[in-house]
Design a protein around this ligand. Structure first.
Ligand code: HMG
Ligand code: MG
Length: 310
């Protein structure tokens, strides 16, 4: 069987999409068995080699909160000189200092659209997270770093339920006002559906945020990640986060499962004739190798189909 779908373009969609790979960070942060640093480094190198333009490498967070990523500094040293194509998560000034020491060129801040998750993920209130991030983003920008910012729980929250769109827009605008260059809207627990995606993108546009400053970050808990991606594409979004093999979940959000699998996204974009620059066979080999390292099969439908597991 061919390893690529038939290419049948559709009018009204962007010609090119940027895939922002989060597997080494979002994918691995929830793994309870510690993955050796050399394996993480090889995973990242292979993803870069497969053509992924951005590979989020790790997080400079508290090792008590996320033990899996306690080796962040060692990993970045192992990777050698990195550029803006290898962002790291940073929650506070302590995290920024650690990243700056290692010559990191791009950081990602991560805030919450809801009070409860801000407390559970950052030990901050909704307002407190801005106080924490103000010096982080200012100092990072002053040092010439690129800054991305996430908003979590944009489509629903396991403790608070529905999340008003205006609340998401207010948090997102707040992060842009602090100096973030790109905003990634996270469906942390995967409860979003297509109309909700369209409405959220439109609400940001109505608030004066250009579509090219937005990225979409879907988890696939309810199998909606690709449909939601399609809604995002139709709304003009051109950056999508995904995780090789569909690894992932957030240790501080119950019911958060894996991200949209990068292979599923690549297959879908390829079929639409949308350029993405990723070599699917190389990516597939990487995910099959990684699932061997983790000792369980990938949940990605495309990985299963192409590796003969269906
Ligand atoms: P805290 O306990 O309030 O912090 O946590 P603290 O300032 O009291 O510090 C506690 C200890 O951690 C101290 O050490 C600090 O030095 C240390 P001790 O004195 O006890 O030995 N510490 C640090 N160590 C290394 N690097 C640091 C750092 N900061 C403090 N940067 C804190 C507050 C923000 C640190 C904590 O809540 C934290 O690390 N949270 C991170 C949680 C996390 O990583 N969650 C997953 C990422 S978000 C996500 O997955 C969602 C996303 O994918 C989008 C989506 O899907 O929606 C992005
Ligand atoms: Mg996530």
């Amino acid at each position: 069987m061919s390893e690529l779908p038939a290419v049948v373009p559709e009018d009204g969609l962007p010609p090119r999409v940027t895939i922002y790979e989060v597997g080494p960070r979002d994918g691995l942060q929830n793994e309870s068995a510690i993955v050796p640093t050399e394996v993480k480094a090889e995973f990242i190198r292979r993803l870069v080699d497969a053509g992924l333009p951005f590979v989020e490498a790790t997080s400079f967070v508290s090792p008590t909160w996320v033990p899996q990523l306690a080796d962040a500094a060692e990993l970045m040293r192992m990777l050698g000189e990195t550029g803006r194509e290898m962002p790291v998560l940073v929650p506070n000034e302590r995290g920024l200092d650690r990243a700056l020491e290692l010559g990191v060129q791009c950081i990602a801040a991560f805030a919450s659209a809801t009070e409860t998750f801000a407390k559970r993920n950052l030990n901050q209130s909704l307002e407190g997270q801005f106080v924490m991030y103000e010096p982080v983003i200012r100092r990072a920008r002053d040092a010439g770093l690129a800054v991305r910012a996430y908003v979590s729980m944009c489509f629903g929250d396991p403790w608070e339920g529905r999340v008003p769109i205006e609340q998401v827009v207010a948090v997102g605008k707040g992060l842009l006002d602090l100096g973030a260059g790109q905003l990634s809207l996270g469906d942390t627990i995967g409860v979003g559906t297509a109309g909700h995606v369209t409405a959220l993108v439109r609400a940001f546009e109505d608030a004066g945020v250009a579509r090219d400053r937005l990225a979409l970050h879907f988890h696939d808990t309810y199998g909606q990640a690709l449909t939601n991606t399609y809604a995002g594409l139709r709304a003009g979004i051109t950056t999508f986060d995904a995780s090789a093999g569909g690894l992932g979940g957030c240790p501080y959000a119950k019911s958060a499962t894996g991200n949209l699998a990068t292979e599923d996204l690549v297959w879908f974009l390829t079929g639409l004739g949308i350029r993405h620059g990723v070599d699917l066979p190389k990516l597939l080999d990487t995910s099959v190798w990684m699932s061997g390292q983790l000792g369980r099969p990938s949940p990605s439908a495309v990985v299963r189909a192409l590796s003969g597991r269906v």
